[in-house]
Design a protein around this ligand. Sequence first.
Ligand code: CTP
Ligand code: 5RP
Length: 447
Amino acid sequence: MEMNPINKQSDDCDPDRPAHPGVFPSGEAGKSERNPAERRVDFPVSVVLPAGGTGERTGLQTPKQFCSFLGRQLISYTIQAFERVSWIQTIVVVVAKENTDLMTDIIQRFQHRKVRVVPGGSTRHRSICNGVLALGSGQDEEGGSTAERPKVVIIHDAVRPFVEEDFLYKIAMAAKEQGAAGAIRPLVSTVIATTSEGYLDHSLERAKYRASEMPQGFTYDVIHQAYQSCTESDFEFGTECLHLALQYCGTNAKLIEGPPTLWKVTYKRDLAAAESIIKEALSRTACVITGGSAQAVTLAEALQKAVGALEMELDAIPDLMGDNARYLVTEWNFIHVSISGSCLSEVEALLTALEAANRAILHPLVVILVHLSTSDELSISGRMAEPAAITDLASAAKLRNIFVYGVLLQQSKDTDCWERSVLRVAEITSALIRERSSALVGQLLQA
Ligand SMILES: Nc1ccn([C@@H]2O[C@H](COP(=O)(O)OP(=O)(O)OP(=O)(O)O)[C@@H](O)[C@H]2O)c(=O)n1
Ligand SMILES: O=C(CO)[C@H](O)[C@H](O)COP(=O)(O)O
């Protein structure tokens, strides 16, 4: 059953869609190896994401692919990783029938493109087979043609959200050449065979073996033939698509060592690890808006030195006019510096601009108001715009998925004291950006 029409337009071409580079904006393990312009894929490639499991090993009620991180389900992060690849045509997501409505909601809410939803099967192989067959039919519910049959099909578990374009490219090219290709990783433990009584039978020589991971790629003909030929026992107990290609098509897959981030969310602790990676990726950059005042610029420079140790890239700009408007459309968090007596209108303008740029669709966006108090002002209300006004502003922004926090900083003539305060601001702002806590929205913290 097709739930969502294919949108052939790449999001790269859509002016209404914000630039969302995925959770690894510049490559998890450093910069991308290959310039995207050099990645020419001149054959149709589509993807099957099996997401029809129950996630029994997590021990949770919710299947792991529907567990949320920063308000967004894991499956959406995985879809995003494929959606941003311009040479991928169609993403077939295979889900259990009872989760079809939930999946459709996720697609709509996070504005996913190129996605079709197909019903799952009772085992992973059955689910993948359904996805492959749906790609072959290329028909919508009225029987109209929706896409050309792909030359290469990439299969990737929906619960491995951190796959990058460079690696997908390698798999797609090798699959086209060899008929099948798959990711491997070194084994972390030795594999042993046990006797039926629970004793050691023999152990395998670890250096000779590899763990099979995902993604895997196949020519459509190979994977289609493999599923046409395989037995009920394969469907019921099999765990390896590459094996089906070998057994039923005589295709020896090309094996390519992948990065450690290809790991599969399997246990509850993997969900915590995934959340940590997502948060880390979203908190690498922040932009300090100084308004051009000399004191704010000095503070921004001091913060730039302080955050060096916190591994955050910090740019300082006077405002978001002209060329600086580019900060609105890419993955930046914002620190807005105001000096004694400033009002909130500039912050309101920033929030309006961020909303107009559609920046908070995929995850909460962080805006931190740092108020630099230069005189011996007495009360909090005298130090910055009324706290109640900030709370109201933050509550309204929260509804739009923008998290606003406040930090109060007292200027000091004592150099040591000033440096300590600036370091505290750097630590507080980087913690707020990383954690994106909804409980702290609207709070004024004292540096
Ligand atoms: N009938 C099934 C079973 C699994 N999968 C998918 O296959 C991927 C990898 O499988 P696995 O990690 O084993 O997921 P679950 O089967 O959900 O987990 P568990 O074995 O712990 O129940 C997951 O994205 C899962 O949703 C599927 O599409 N259909
Ligand atoms: O890495 C893989 C090899 O194709 C699969 O993801 C793995 O086999 C899934 O198996 P399981 O459902 O047992 O975790």
